[in-house]
Design a protein around this ligand. Structure first.
Ligand SMILES: Cc1cc2nc3c(=O)[nH]c(=O)nc-3n(C[C@H](O)[C@H](O)[C@H](O)COP(=O)(O)O)c2cc1C
Length: 166
């Protein structure tokens, strides 16, 4: 059986340490790539069919609307998880939990009997309540204690990854 690093991330405008920056690569992508290299594992992106706006405010408006309505944005590709027993699920903290595109993925599959390791990048909220939402959505999975990484530190998170995974 295998491990897969599955991630959602968004490049574009974001608030980093209190100011708007234009990120060419999303923070979560940067951290998830390091984790996949560290674990020599599969690496899979949860890519929405309708990409999120580059503009920060437009993105937060859409994200909030999706959360209120409990939308499940369609994903462009899917991953066959039948041969996978551990999913390292990487996502940004959006309004204290994971983006709804991650919820789409969780509902597409049964994770019963599998292990999920949540990794959340954030700007202050840590894991938020994403772990408890994950437990509710995947009650038959083993949900490990999550790893929270501050978004602005994703480029320098190698030591934190080694400490957590080794
Ligand atoms: C729509 C939206 C909502 C966010 N909500 C939170 C939040 O509730 N708490 C927090 O600490 N950071 C929040 N952030 C900041 C992101 O979690 C953080 O910048 C993350 O590292 C972004 O990862 P990404 O570049 O992979 O998308 C939010 C960012 C966006 C765009």
């Amino acid at each position: 059986m295998a491990t897969a690093v599955v991630y959602f991330s968004r490049a574009g405008q974001n608030y980093i340490a209190g100011e708007i920056q234009d990120l060419k690569e999303g923070n979560t992508y940067v951290a998830a790539r390091k984790i996949a290299l560290h674990l020599h594992s599969l690496f899979f992106e949860l890519k929405p069919v309708d990409p999120y706006p580059v503009d920060y405010h437009e993105c937060t408006e859409r994200a909030q609307r999706e959360l209120e309505r409990q939308d499940r944005p369609a994903l462009a590709d899917d991953l066959d998880i039948s041969g996978i027993d551990t999913v390292v699920l990487c996502y940004p903290c959006w309004f204290d939990t994971f983006p709804r595109a991650v919820a789409t993925f969780l509902e597409l599959h049964s994770f019963a009997g599998k292990t999920i390791i949540p990794v959340c990048t954030h700007e202050g909220s840590g894991m938020g309540h994403s772990e408890s939402e994950l437990k509710k959505m995947c009650p038959k999975s083993e949900i490990k204690r999550g790893l929270a990484i501050r978004g602005s530190q994703c480029h320098e998170c190698d030591a934190a990854i080694a400490k957590y995974f080794d």
